[in-house]
Structure formats: structure tokens, C-alpha cells
Design a protein around this ligand. Structure first.
Ligand code: BTN
Length: 240
């Protein structure tokens, strides 16, 4: 079993999930909020979170021993989220490694994983997912974005979307916990928007250029760089 924690306003559903987890609440647990006052994005960015328009969802889980169970986890979350968007009729969305969800170059959903404990032993993870659902204008976003309403030209039922998301996520995560990432490799690549394309990857202090070959069995990015295959575990991709 799992528990659902509904909020009207929180700083961040990830922070709220972390507090519940630290307070000893049984896991898994899900936090949903109508708004966030300090929504967190990747790379220290802020995630715009207006009232009642979008989905702000966090799932806290215990991960039994091992780095192996974390391999490819964020890619699997991306895939489950993408399939939930498709279930509501949004066919044009795709994945950008490692876990962005975009429609024609515009961001529609984002994923932020936060870990506590020792990844080599038992640890806890909070999986935060933000989906732009019925937001149609937002002045302050510093990157191209879109929403389900803008793409589908209709209001989207957030309850329906959340139930699809939650169901798919639990299904995908249990398969991932049993079998690891390799069983998702093919499905993930089939949904990668930049499969086969020439890209730049900013990894740490340097930029690498190469062609996207796909992902490996641990969720690493496979690039062909100067005729050689190389694997990257982190970084920010751009088209070149
Ligand atoms: C990104 O930058 O792509 C990740 C954005 C993640 C946003 C979601 S909204 C629900 C959860 N709570 C947060 O504070 N962030 C995540």
C-alpha cells in the first residue's frame, strides 16, 4: 500500500515528501499540491508552479541496497511520464536524455530526483514530476515551454492525468526494481527525440560533440565521438 498527501500550498512537493519521509511516514508515499511557492527544477532552477493549473507530484520510495537499483531510474520515470501524457492523447511528446519531456523542442514536463542515504546501501529517493497541464501563459520561464492545453486545444482533466501517471509509474518502477534498466532500453530509444542526431553534450567543464547512438543498459548516453563509441552518465544535451 501507499499513502496520498494532498496539499493546497507547499514550498515544494519534493521538500514536503522529504519531510514526511524523515518524519517516519510509511513508504511509498505520494504528495500532490495545487501550488508550489518554491518549486525546484534541475540545476538550481526554479519551477513555475501556479495554482490549480498544473501537476506537482512527488513520490518517495525506499530503494533496497545498491547502486544497481538507481541505474536508469530517472530515464524510467521519464518514460512512464511520457506514456501518461500519451494516454491523454498527446502523441507528439518525446524524451530528451536524461529525462526531459518535450514537444517540438518545447518543454512540457520535468523530473527531479533527490536522494538521501548511501546509494551503495539502502537509500531513499524522492521522485518529483512537474507537468504543464492547463497553463496557457507564464511570463517568467527562461526556456521554450508548452502545456497540454496548448498542444491539445482543450482543458485536460488533471485527476485523469494523475491517475494515469501514478499507475504507470508504479508499474514501471516495479519492473525496474526487478529487472534493471536494460528491459527499457529499446522503448526508451524509440522515444528519444534526438536519436541519430548530431549533438553537443556539456559534461562538467568541457563540451563533447557526437552523434547519438542511444542509451546503454544502465541509462548512460551512447555517443559516437570521432568514430568511437563513448558513454556519458551526465550532462546537458543540445542540438548542434
Ligand atoms: C526540471 O528542471 O526539469 C525538473 C522540474 C521538476 C519540477 C517538479 S514539480 C513537483 C516536484 N517538486 C519540485 O519542487 N520539483 C518537482
Amino acid at each position: 500500500g501507499w499513502s496520498l498527501h494532498l496539499r493546497e500550498t507547499v514550498d515544494s512537493t519534493n521538500a514536503e515528501a522529504m519531510r514526511l519521509l524523515m518524519g517516519g511516514q510509511s513508504l511509498p508515499l505520494v504528495v500532490l499540491s495545487e501550488r508550489q511557492t518554491a518549486g525546484r527544477g534541475r540545476r538550481g532552477r526554479n519551477w513555475l508552479s501556479p495554482f490549480a493549473e498544473n501537476i506537482y507530484y512527488s513520490l518517495a520510495l525506499r530503494i533496497e541496497s545498491s547502486a544497481r537499483r538507481l541505474e536508469g531510474l530517472s530515464l524510467v520515470v521519464g518514460l512512464a511520464t511520457l506514456q501518461a501524457l500519451r494516454a491523454l492523447g498527446l502523441w507528439d511528446a518525446g524524451l530528451k536524455w536524461p529525462n526531459d519531456i518535450q514537444v517540438r523542442g518545447k518543454k512540457i514536463a520535468g523530473i527531479l530526483l533527490e536522494l538521501t542515504g548511501d546509494p551503495a546501501d539502502v537509500c531513499h529517493v524522492v521522485i518529483g514530476i512537474g507537468i504543464n497541464v492547463n497553463m496557457i501563459d507564464a511570463g517568467e520561464i527562461d526556456q521554450p515551454w508548452t502545456s497540454m492545453q496548448l498542444e491539445l486545444n482543450r482543458l485536460v482533466d488533471r485527476n485523469e492525468l494523475v491517475s494515469e501517471l501514478n499507475r504507470r509509474l508504479f508499474d514501471y518502477l516495479s519492473l525496474h526494481a526487478d529487472q534493471g534498466f536494460s528491459v527499457f532500453q529499446e522503448e526508451w530509444e524509440a522515444n528519444h527525440i534526438w536519436q541519430g542526431r548530431d549533438v553537443g553534450l556539456i559534461a562538467g567543464s568541457h563540451q563533447v560533440r557526437g552523434q547519438v547512438l542511444g542509451v546503454d543498459s544502465q541509462g548512460g548516453l551512447r555517443l559516437c565521438v570521432n568514430g568511437e563509441e563513448r558513454i556519458f552518465s551526465g550532462g546537458e544535451l543540445s542540438l548542434r
